[in-house]
Design a protein around this ligand. Structure first.
Ligand code: PEP
Ligand code: MG
Length: 757
């Protein structure tokens, strides 16, 4: 019986080190490897099976009949070896033949052996082979022996991959999960359909070297990586935001707990002591944790293990120096990006021609990353829990944003159904395009202005494509988010001029920079970091007025860009009328300065305020006489009305835009603006949805600024709607709200044949 000391992974690895370094052929190396393991474990049989052309082939053995080498083949899922590879799981059996999956192969002569232990040889999280030992005596292998086998399997995976002996991990994966289409359910964030291959925003590190040359040096590397990771987490805790919006305080607390956990670093060091490199040791401990994770039923504990998995990946990236995201690594032609969460700036770093879709584990409808994805025309689903467990890098993924679902590794039947649906949606889009020049007039003759929200240079194309009435919200901060440094005034001016030129005689409403909250600019924002409630913090106009150099430069850029044309400017997050006055004065001073230098000026400048802060609604009598127009930003407004963070995934579906509270509030504001003869519109995401847009028209909104993809459906809705009847309906429903406002509106729309998308 083998003793603990003879089974030590270190002893085996020392032997393997020389084999790996030798110039022998790959086959000769494997022959040596099985011998070393068998000897070290005092085991009668040691065999290696490798996945070739989708089947597991016996590649090397001691103890089994040599004639069986390259002859014995098992399909995935067939026999013990096939099950290990298929499930990527260990088998440890005192009596192999009594296992239901046991498949007897006479050519191997294995009938005399009773006990069996096998571990998968893993590459990119998939099995590319199996390492197995057998004994004549019926006995279960102890944990240390299994550990040693797994450690050796890890080293083998390097040897096998380098020699190109097995199927490549990605294709093996697809085959091994041939029947394993996974359906991932999530929240609809950006509608649209996409087909592509999974790419992780934070790619998994591929480990190049597994056997340590110098154990002390590896220990040192891990020590330094832990120090760096702890530092990063402490900084993130200090900043609360850290560029990505996903890393909420609770997650950070868990990160911190694990980062300082002595047990974790000790286990990694033990693996290094057994002869692994720092990377391999971290990965080895991670794999062990994953195995445990699969056995846990408690969702909360699973969640924590998930965090630890994230952190292992972070540590691996630090230790291997592979720090960039997939945006820096470059995307394949058709990428479906998978991430826990993203910040808007991170998403904007991706090449939009190659980025076909996004799946987030977190995310919410009005988070800015969603707005950016919508602007980029990239379908997205969110709150897809466990997606990173169900989709591996390289998997084929079909994403249906409108359904809030994705399919990984789809069967041909699923693919066909998807293609059919895609064709139907393209046809519908073509139908919308055909009516793009028809004006959005209700059946009883009310003209509604349907404009688009934009922020990227290319968005202007949407005006022509959708037949929208103009740009009702140009989010100027997008340019700031995509830049590594503060955009210079000249480049701001170039963008604004290009947008105005492309819009021709259609109006464009420029919103001054709205940063802060979930739109952090690392180069600008040092003093704004560390806020406990960034959405309620030093952001938008507050920041712009306090740091007015930026706003002055932007005002100049806008005035210069609009020389000889009309210019519409609006200010975000006005909370009290004096803030509007101050912002307007600032622009007027720039206008006077330019006039003083005889520069060409805009023919007319109009100033608007965004109504996003509820307090402003109580000051309309004072505000309305000062402004030229008003735009209601329902994304922020609803988060403030309901006190529900717009980027918190836990609240993403809790409150409805169609709640009586929101609709009554909006109606009051719209009526006040109408009475004062101040044009008012809605520019939040809400207006881009047909049922919501119908309700808005019903409460008197006459201008919507929405996502370009919503223009066709919303126009079709308007053209099929009797506006007067909608107003009567809303008056009735808001007077005595039904328990389910959404259902009541939908039923009415259906009965009255209002076109809904
Ligand atoms: C809003 O808050 O509704 C809005 C349009 O602005 P943003 O989404 O950019 O905050
Ligand atoms: Mg806003």
């Amino acid at each position: 019986m083998p003793t603990t000391s003879t089974t030590s992974a270190r002893e085996i690895l020392t032997g393997l080190h020389d084999v790996m370094a030798s110039k022998a052929s790959a086959q000769a190396k494997l022959n040596k490897v099985v011998k070393i393991i068998a000897e070290a474990m005092a085991s009668e049989v040691c065999s290696i099976y490798l996945l070739r052309d989708g089947v597991l082939e016996l590649f090397a053995t001691v103890g089994l009949n040599q004639k069986a080498v390259h002859v014995t083949k098992l399909a995935l899922g067939e026999g013990l070896v096939g099950s290990i590879a298929k499930d990527v799981a260990v088998l440890n059996l005192a009596e192999a033949a009594s296992h239901p999956e046991f498949a007897y192969r006479p050519e191997t002569g294995e009938e005399v052996f009773h006990s069996f232990a096998g571990v998968p040889i893993v590459r990119k999280e998939r099995a590319i082979g199996v390492l197995a030992v057998q004994h004549a005596e019926p006995r279960a292998y102890d944990e240390i022996e299994i550990e040693a086998l797994q450690t050796v399997a890890m080293v083998l995976s390097e040897l096998i991959a380098n020699a190109g002996l097995a199927d490549r991990a990605a294709s093996a994966a697809t085959e091994s999960r041939g029947s394993g289409t996974a359906r991932i359910a999530g929240q609809k964030l950006v509608v649209g359909m996409a087909k592509g291959h999974a790419v992780y925003h934070q790619p998994r590190v591929l480990i190049e070297h597994t056997v340590a040359e110098d154990i002390e040096a590896e220990r040192h590397r891990v020590y330094a990586a832990f120090a760096r990771m702890r530092e990063q987490i402490d900084t993130m805790m200090g900043h609360a935001e850290f560029g990505t919006v996903g890393e909420h305080q609770e997650v950070l607390e868990t990160y911190k707990m694990f980062a300082y956990d002595e047990g974790w670093s000790r286990r990694i060091n033990e693996s290094i002591d057994s002869g692994l490199t720092a990377e391999a040791a971290i990965e080895r401990v991670r794999q062990r944790m994953q195995t445990r994770m699969r056995q846990i039923d408690d969702p909360l504990l699973q969640e924590r293990m998930h965090d630890l998995d994230d952190l292992s990946n972070r540590l691996l990236r630090i230790v291997s120096g592979q720090l960039g995201t997939a945006a820096q690594a470059g995307l394949p032609q058709d990428a479906i990006l998978i991430a826990r969460n993203l910040g808007p700036a991170e998403l904007l770093e991706y090449d939009r021609r190659k980025l076909k879709g996004v799946i987030l584990e977190e995310g919410s409808l009005t988070a800015h990353v969603t707005i950016v994805a919508r602007a980029m025309g990239v379908p997205m689903i969110g709150r897809a829990r466990n997606v990173r467990r169900q989709i591996q890098e390289g998997d084929l993924v079909l994403l249906d944003g409108g359904e809030g679902a994705a399919f990984a590794r789809p069967t041909p039947a699923v693919q066909e159904a998807f293609e059919t649906k895609l064709a139907a949606s393209q046809k519908r889009r073509a139908e919308y395009a055909a009516v793009k020049d028809l004006p959005p007039i209700t059946r009883d003759g009310t003209r509604i202005a349907v404009m688009v929200n934009a922020g990227l240079r290319d968005d202007v194309a949407a005006l022509g494509l959708t037949g929208a009435d103009g740009i009702g919200l140009f989010r100027t901060e997008f340019q700031f988010l995509v830049s590594a440094t503060l955009p210079r005034r000249e480049s701001q001016q170039r963008l604004y001029r290009a947008v105005l030129e492309a819009a021709g005689d259609k109006p464009v409403i420029f919103r001054t920079v709205d940063v802060g909250g979930d739109k952090q600019l690392p180069y600008l924002h040092a003093s704004g970091n560390g806020e406990e409630n960034p959405a309620l913090g030093w952001r938008a106009l507050r920041l712009a007025l306090d740091r007015d150099t930026l706003m002055k430069a932007q005002a100049r850029a806008l005035l210069e860009a609009a020389a000889g044309r009309n210019l519409d400017i609006m200010f975000p997050m006005v909370s009290e009328p004096w803030e509007f006055d101050q912002a307007k004065t600032l622009v007027e001073e720039q206008r006077a300065w330019l006039a003083g230098r005889k520069k060409r000026l805009p023919t007319r400048v109009r100033y608007g305020a965004m109504l996003e802060v509820p307090a402003l609604a109580e000051m309309l009598d004072l505000l309305l006489p000062r402004i030229d127009f008003m735009s209601i930003g329902t994304n922020d407004l609803t988060q403030f009305l309901f006190a529900a963070d717009r980027s918190n995934p836990l609240l993403a579906e809790r409150y409805d835009w169609l709640s009586p509270a929101i609709l009554r509030f909006l109606r009051r504001v719209v009526r006040a603006a109408d009475a004062a003869n101040v044009p008012v519109g809605v520019c939040g995401e809400m207006g881009g949805r047909t049922l919501e847009a119908m309700a808005l028209v019903g409460i008197g909104v006459r201008r919507l600024s929405i996502t370009p993809a919503g223009v066709g459906p919303v126009k079709a809705m308007i053209r099929s709607l009797d506006g007067g009847a909608a107003t009567a309906l809303l008056d009735r429903l808001l007077d005595k709200p039904p328990p389910d406002m959404r259902a009541a509106l939908a039923a009415w729309a259906e009965k009255n044949k209002v076109a809904m998308a």
